[in-house]
Design a protein around this ligand. Structure first.
Ligand SMILES: *Cc1c(COP(=O)(O)O)cnc(C)c1O
Length: 237
């Protein structure tokens, strides 16, 4: 018998349950006293399916292509909170708007400068995470940790870009131990930047790490945002 594909409602419940198993329920006093945001990654997913997740209470959604997001967002309620998680071309920055609550993929100086210029033009401060290639995966975007000091000097001159923390993509099919190592390294990097004085300590708190295959190690290492696509919406084409 072919197993039926679970509904988005069931998938969301199961992801929230997995998160709870690591974090403890909100009533429990645990070592995880920060809140964790589940970002449902809706890239390639149609507006009707996003609606289904919305009806289950999901509000935070992640998109990775500006054109695709523009085509969908007007079909969805205005209180959807959009996260941009993919490589962002500088010439697409002007299409973003205030419904983008967080850009997870600030991965190069040219993008920093484009965001700052557009923010200045419309007097809007973008909330961003620095994407770090912590696993030093040649296939991935993001800064090498040693390139961050120079980047932070430049970011200090960009008042329309607020740095809120770090984001990384773990290696696919990494062992649980290797995944923990990657995520722990990102947390330690955030903490060392906070104590170095090169970022705004109060604001630089977020860690976006963990996807369908590795939310458990990411949460155990202190993720504040997890980005889950296929375990909610099913496998992408
Ligand atoms: C696609 C994507 C995700 C979601 O991946 P899944 O494995 O489907 O959960 C998360 N983060 C980024 C940056 C992505 O591009």
């Amino acid at each position: 018998m072919v197993r039926p594909i679970n509904s988005i409602e069931e998938n969301l419940a199961s992801v929230r349950c997995r998160m709870m198993r690591v974090l403890g329920s909100p009533e429990q006093e645990g070592k995880h006293n920060h809140t964790v945001q589940l970002v449902a990654v809706s890239k390639t997913v149609g507006a009707d399916q996003i609606w289904e997740a919305y009806r289950c209470g999901q509000r935070h959604f992640g998109e990775s292509r500006v054109q695709e997001w523009l085509a969908k967002k007007d079909q969805l309620p205005a209180d959807c909170r959009w996260h941009f998680i993919g490589r962002l071309q500088t010439n697409k920055v002007r299409y973003l708007d205030e419904s983008i609550v967080l850009i997870h993929s600030l991965d190069r100086v040219a993008l920093l400068e484009a965001l700052n210029a557009e923010g200045k033009r419309r007097n809007h401060i973008w909330q961003t995470l620095i994407q770090v290639n912590i696993a030093e995966d040649a296939a991935k975007a993001g800064f090498a940790p040693q390139d961050l000091p120079l980047f932070l000097e430049k970011a200090a001159k960009c008042p329309f870009v607020a740095l809120r923390g770090l984001m990384t993509i773990g290696r696919i099919n990494a062992s649980p131990e290797a995944a923990c190592e990657t995520f722990s390294a990102l947390r330690r990097l955030r903490d060392s930047l906070r104590t170095s004085g090169s970022v705004n300590t109060e604001k630089f708190t977020e860690l976006s790490m963990g996807m369908s295959g590795d939310i458990e190690p990411a949460l155990a290492e202190g993720a504040t945002l997890v980005r889950v696509g296929s375990d909610i919406f099913g496998r992408r084409p």
